[in-house]
Write a protein that binds this ligand. Sequence first.
Ligand code: ASP
Length: 369
Amino acid sequence: MPKRSMIPLALAVLIAIATAPCGLAVPQAAAPTTVPAAVPALARIVILATGGTIAGAQPKEGGPAYKSGTLSVEALVKATPGLDALAVITSEQIASIASQDMNDFVWFKLARRTNQLLASPNVDGIVVTHGTDTLEETGYFLDLVLKSGKPVVLVGSMRPATSLSADGPLNLYNAVAVAADVAARGRGVLVVLNDEVHAARDVQKTNSTSLQTFVSVNRGKLGEVYYGKVRYFNVRTDRHTTTSEFSLDGLEALPRVDIVYAHEGVDGTMVRAAVAAGAKGIVLAGVGDGNAAKDMIDALAEAARKGIVVVRSTRVGSGIVRRNIELDDDALGFAVALELNPQKARVLLRMALTKTGDVREIQRIFEQY
Ligand code: ASP
């Protein structure tokens, strides 16, 4: 909801009259006859916590026995001064896990609760605290299945809450500021870390320890947030949230999709293992533009002939994997991931497979999301 002006309307009219340029007719402002009933001046934001380093504790800086996801959401809120001036905060603990352990059970719980809260007229936005390791996957999943234009912002931190110069509190402060900002509406699920605002679809973790790890490698960040002051300078062009065709309604589980990784000397063993494990889809983290040695490509083509949907992505970290360049996707029966990295392609393929097993239709989905 918009942040409402703190200046009463009558005062605003007086200021407008007093500051009207000389020589111009003073506008005959119609006296307001009604003043809206008491409306909250602050946005109402719910923080849903899942764990991660933002809630992590480490007995010794940089030392062993580090544990992600140990502090409660109440402790995180308490450690972030000034939140109450940004928004009316409520919070819920959805899970307390390190995000390497993120799983479909928590995804369903988080997505369903988020959709339920967003549907309430008493909620203006959601912040999800999350470990950074799989934050980009959860964010993209939510981008595909949430049904609201209200802001949803994922936030994590690179340093544990107990660290010297912990980055969690300012990241959380900025995430709440973004979620409370009316200009964040309709931008899909957002990620806020280290003063930057990213589309969950575009962003990926690019450095194992640095604070500046989240980068939208192909499209760039959406904006910046500086001590709660937000500026956007990029817009999204893909389908998400309110324009997404995907939903969890009626679903109990998502289909299995495995990622197989290409390298020098690779063969088709991992592809055949994925097929044997019951994968309905396989994403290739290929070399270069989504390629692999002949035995691996043969195994993938064999899987495609069995009706398993194969999507080619790349292990290189950026760029677009296009159809029919070095490999003949039409003949092999493959789809391509375009800009999506393997872990994002896996998320989209799992959702796509809830609708169709037709590879051409799946290619259409990869063009649009
Ligand atoms: N392993 C941690 C996690 O993803 C790392 C982090 O949050 O930065 O939960």
